[in-house]
Design a protein around this ligand. Structure first.
Ligand code: IMP
Ligand code: MG
Length: 182
């Protein structure tokens, strides 16, 4: 697995240091409210669990399973929700947690779906954001790191469902992407 990585962008200690800062900011912002976290599976798993353990507030946790890629590296724009029911977030202060904001299709669709349930507020928290790639009008309120437009894996992020268990975020070697896109 290691040999498929061109270079490491953020190692474990760098990620954890940034999570401390993000958690402190979220804790301060929500100290007088009851937070409802909606984690977007599967990519946000590592990020969500490391982040939430640093937030000492009463909170509720729900997950939404969403598919937006269909195994390729180019987003299709189509977002499929794997479950029929949306968590009941009426009157709640919702924080959507995802691994990465890329074109914005996924988080725009998730936000629209949750909006129907009339939450009190919705904010978005992502570990990574590719600033140049936005196709939809969606921005994150809490961002771990801004990155260039490169395909990355690790710490929850996958390529063809692999590499999620790498303890760091790294750039996947281009040849591997090209093989797949042929
Ligand atoms: P968006 O809908 O284009 O914003 O894409 C969001 C989803 O695409 C993320 O939740 C990831 O699952 C996936 N994604 C986007 N960029 C990358 C990447 O560089 N590596 C792995 N997955 C990615
Ligand atoms: Mg995802």
């Amino acid at each position: 697995m290691q040999s498929d990585i061109e270079r490491v962008l953020f190692d474990g200690p760098a990620i954890h240091k940034r999570l401390e800062e993000m958690a402190a900011q979220i804790t301060a912002d929500y100290s007088d409210r009851e937070l409802t976290v909606i984690a977007i599976l599967t990519g946000s798993l590592m990020f969500m669990s490391d982040l939430l353990r640093r937030i000492p507030l009463p909170l509720k946790l729900d997950c939404l399973s969403v598919v937006s890629y269909h195994g390729k590296t180019q987003p299709s724009g189509e977002v499929i929700f794997k479950q029929l029911d949306v968590p009941d977030v009426a009157d709640r202060d919702v924080l959507i947690v995802d691994d990465i904001l890329d074109t914005g299709h996924t988080l725009a669709a998730v936000r629209k779906k949750l909006d129907i349930a009339k939450p009190r507020s919705i904010r978005i928290c992502v570990l990574l954001s590719k600033r140049k790639r936005r196709a939809r009008d969606v921005d994150a309120d809490f961002v771990g790191f801004e990155i260039d437009d490169e395909f990355i894996v690790g710490y929850g992020l996958d390529f063809m469902e692999r590499y999620r268990n790498l303890p760091y975020v790294g750039v996947l070697r281009k040849e591997l992407l090209e093989q797949q896109n042929q």
